[in-house]
Structure formats: structure tokens, C-alpha cells
Design a protein around this ligand. Structure first.
Ligand code: PMP
Length: 451
């Protein structure tokens, strides 16, 4: 379908344009001699251009780089900025807390914490909450708790999931369907099959086969995969996951860090799911590091009744800055005033429009591509029909096409998420922003197919 030499020629043109357009970013990157990989965090090297764009300012759905270019930001910090960059209510609350009241690391609770706990309970149905600074830590601590409570050693994941830099989660299905270490896993403490099991998403037989070993403390999953393209549940899949986990005495943890984009209570509320625990991070802090994990009242009582567990001091569950006054103030303001029910309705309408635009281009040019959308998030893939599990979805990766589209859009004022072809809407994204993407996506494809 795609003429690769044409694609490469277009890519060279876009790369040259990118370099010419961004001398300040290029210089900053070349001068970064004291950073590991020249960037503040190594994943910032995952980019389509020869160097990263350096941030100057970001407000709402817009970002400006140090060469003075404005962008419509559809990346939104890979969901961390789903509330928009520096939303006013969050900035006000955080400024008040940090500048006026102080105490970001005072080792004392604030009353905001209970407000946030109550709001998370209203949204997600689980009624007892604890805080972290990242989704990764929320997952790590949830994993410790389910292991302690069940006395079982293993956690089950979906192949090609992502839950942060959690050792246990770096497992994929091998050729025989059994787990193997994910390629590139950095410094695994032990072979991952000692700590984990794996099943393909949407594969109930595979899941049951693994649960039947009787050693799985919990299934930790995203209700819909979002880190290997969007993979949506087939009808009845999530209900069956819940039935099977109950039947085998395995707990269920929903990681809603990304699927929060489904609506005010994520997929858990939207699809009526009943996890035993729920983890979340990124967007709930409105740009300030914050995460949380929740559980039912019964479950919390069971955990607290275990006096042999050191939940307070050095038992492995806790961070000095977790639940600090600043993060909690940020969560409160973001949930109370920014990521509201009304905001989600608008964001979802925009992502439906985004999806319709992409679908129109796919059919106009007869491409074997697809787009998946739920709530405020949409992502296009170079496969049709859309993949149904992580391994299939990974096989549909086309890094050359990714890079071309990312660069084409970046050179014309749109940022997509570096790791994906994902677009996310925030409360301040406008219909004009989405329409601009629709036009540019069509232009990029038209040039690619040459008609
Ligand atoms: N869970 C999910 C579903 C994620 O997508 C991510 C990050 N992409 C994480 C957890 C980890 O988030 P963080 O790196 O902010 O800890």
C-alpha cells in the first residue's frame, strides 16, 4: 500500500524542515553535555525529529517551544496534562498552598486529603484511598498489598501492557503462550516468570489457564489497553475477567491512569466494573505529581487487621512526599473544578470529531488503517480491523509511518504523543484545533499516497 521510497523521501524533506525551523532547540540539545542521553529523562529521546523540541511555555491545549512556534498539544503529557497545561483552578490552589500557606513537606495531613478521598470514592466506587506521587508507585504499593493479603506470589498482566517501571509488569507472551521477559528489560532483579504471569488481552482461555495455577494474587490491568495503541474489550470480556478472578480467588486491580480519559470515573464507572483495587496517577494532579490507590472498605479492613504488616514505617509501602499538602491541593482543585463531568462531555465530543475526520481520510484513500476512540482519547493504527490484543497491536507498529506523521504534524503546529499516534483532548482543546488536525492529517496522507 505504502511506497516506502516515497515515504523516505518525504521523511527526509520533513526532517530537513524540522531542523531548519528549530535552531534553538537543536542548539540546546547539542549543548546538553551533562545529561544521561542528553535529555532530562531518557524517554525524551523517543522522538521523530533529530532532537527534541524544547519547551518554553504551555497553557491549556497549547505549547510554545523555544524557537517561538505554537503548537496544538494533542500529546498532553501522555495523559499527565489531560486537565490542560496549568489549569487556572489548579494553579490558584497550588500557589495558595505553596506560596501563601506553605508546608508542602510538613509531614502533616491536610483536610484536602479527605475531600479528594471522598471524590475518588464518588467517581470510582472504591471507598478507601491512599496517595502516591506517581502511578508507578501506586501500582507498586497495590502489588505489595495484594501479595500480602492473598499470600500468593504472582501478579498477572496483559501482554504488552504498561503500568510504569514496575518490575513485575515487564512480561509478554512467548511463542507457546507462556510468559517471557519483555525485550530490553533493564536489570531485572529475578526472572520475571518468578513474579508474574501473562495472558493476552481479550483472551479468556489464556487467562483461565494461568489463573488455574492458583498462585496469582491479582490481575493488574488497564480496562482498555492504551500503551500499545488502544485495544478495546470485546463484548463480555471484562465481565468474564471479573468472574474468573473471583472463581480462582484472585484479586482485580484496575489501573485507570490512562483510561481515566473514558469519563469522570474512568472505565470503572463507565462500564460498571468492580475491581478490588484501583490505581491512578498523572492527570489527577493537574500537572503536579500525584497518584492514588483505592480499595473497598472491607478490603481495607482486612489489610489493616494484619498487624504483622508494617504499613507505617519501612514495610515497603510509602514515600516521604506521598500525600503531601501540595499534591493533595492540586488533586482537589483538578477534580473539583477542571476534570468535571461537563468537561469530560466536551472532551469526548471532540475526540469523536477527531475520529470521524481520521476515518473519512482512511476511507477516502482506501487505507488498511483504523482508529480506536473512547472518551477523550483516540489513536490511529496502521492495521484494519483494529488489533484485539497487545501482541497483534505490537505487530502492527510501523515506526517509519509514525515518524513521518509526527514530523509532518509538528512542522505545521500539532504535537502527537511521542510513543503513540494518540490524541487526547483537554477541557481547553477547541473544535478548530481538532479540525486543523483533520486537514493536516489528510494533507500528509495525500502526499504519502501520491494522489
Ligand atoms: N499506568 C499506566 C496505565 C500508564 O500508562 C503509565 C505511564 N504511561 C503508568 C502507569 C506510569 O505512570 P508514571 O510513569 O507517571 O508513574
Amino acid at each position: 500500500m505504502i511506497d516506502r521510497s516515497r515515504l523516505r523521501a518525504l521523511m527526509e524533506r520533513e526532517q530537513a524542515e524540522f531542523t531548519a525551523r528549530n535552531p534553538a532547540s537543536r542548539r540546546a540539545f547539542e549543548q546538553a553535555e551533562h545529561l544521561f542521553g542528553r535529555v532530562p529523562m531518557t524517554w525524551m529521546n523517543k522522538r521523530a525529529g533529530d532532537f527534541p523540541l524544547y519547551l518554553a511555555t504551555a497553557h491549556g491545549a497549547r505549547v510554545t517551544d523555544i524557537d517561538g512556534h505554537d503548537y496544538v498539544d494533542l500529546a498532553l503529557g501522555d495523559t499527565a496534562a489531560m486537565a490542560g497545561h496549568s489549569p487556572r483552578a489548579t494553579v490558584d490552589a497550588v500557589s495558595r498552598r505553596f506560596r501563601d500557606l506553605g508546608g508542602a513537606s510538613a509531614m502533616m495531613p491536610t483536610e484536602d486529603a479527605e475531600w479528594v478521598g471522598a471524590e475518588l470514592s464518588r467517581r470510582f466506587g472504591l471507598t478507601k484511598w491512599s496517595y502516591s506521587l506517581t502511578a508507578t508507585d501506586a501500582n507498586r504499593w497495590a502489588i505489595r498489598i495484594v501479595r500480602a493479603i492473598t499470600g500468593r506470589p504472582k501478579i498477572l498482566f496483559n501482554s504488552y501492557c504498561y503500568h510504569g517501571s514496575v518490575d513485575e509488569a515487564l512480561i509478554v507472551t512467548g511463542p507457546d503462550g507462556e510468559g517471557v521477559s519483555r525485550e530490553g528489560n533493564v536489570g531485572a532483579p529475578v526472572d520475571v516468570t518468578m513474579t508474574s504471569r501473562v495472558a493476552e488481552y481479550n483472551d479468556l482461555e489464556g487467562l483461565e489457564r494461568q489463573l488455574a495455577h492458583g498462585d496469582v494474587a491479582a490481575v493488574l490491568m488497564e480496562p482498555a489497553l492504551t500503551n500499545i495503541g488502544i485495544v478495546l474489550p470485546q463484548p463480555g470480556y471484562l465481565e468474564q475477567v471479573r468472574e474468573l478472578t473471583r472463581a480462582y480467588g484472585t484479586l482485580l486491580i484496575n489501573d485507570e491512569t490512562h483510561t481515566f480519559s473514558a469519563g469522570p470515573g474512568g472505565c470503572t464507572a463507565l462500564w460498571g466494573l468492580e475491581p478490588d483495587m484501583l490505581t491512578i496517577g498523572k492527570a489527577i494532579g493537574g500537572g503536579v505529581p500525584a497518584g492514588a490507590y483505592g480499595m473497598s472498605a472491607d478490603f481495607a479492613e482486612r489489610v489493616l487487621a494484619r498487624t504483622d504488616l508494617d504499613l507505617v514505617d519501612m514495610g515497603g509501602v510509602g514515600g516521604t512526599l506521598a500525600g503531601n499538602a501540595l499534591s493533595v491541593a492540586a488533586m482537589r482543585a483538578t477534580l473539583e473544578h477542571v476534570l468535571t463531568d461537563t468537561a469530560f462531555a466536551g472532551m469526548t465530543a471532540l475526540s469523536e470529531r477527531f475520529t470521524a475526520d481520521v476515518n473519512a481520510v482512511i476511507s477516502e484513500f482506501g487505507l488498511p488503517w483504523s482508529i480506536q476512540q473512547f472518551g477523550a482519547r483516540a489513536e490511529y493504527r496502521f492495521a484494519s480491523p483494529a488489533p484485539v490484543n497487545g501482541t497483534e497491536s505490537r505487530a502492527a507498529l510501523d515506526l517509519e509511518l509514525d515518524d513521518y506523521l509526527h514530523l509532518y504534524l509538528a512542522n505545521r503546529g500539532i504535537l502527537l504523543t511521542p510513543f503513540h499516534n494518540m490524541a487526547l483532548m483537554c477541557p481547553e482543546t477547541t473544535i478548530d484545533d481538532v479540525a486543523l488536525h483533520g486537514r493536516l492529517f489528510r494533507d500528509a496522507v495525500k502526499e504519502l499516497v501520491g494522489r
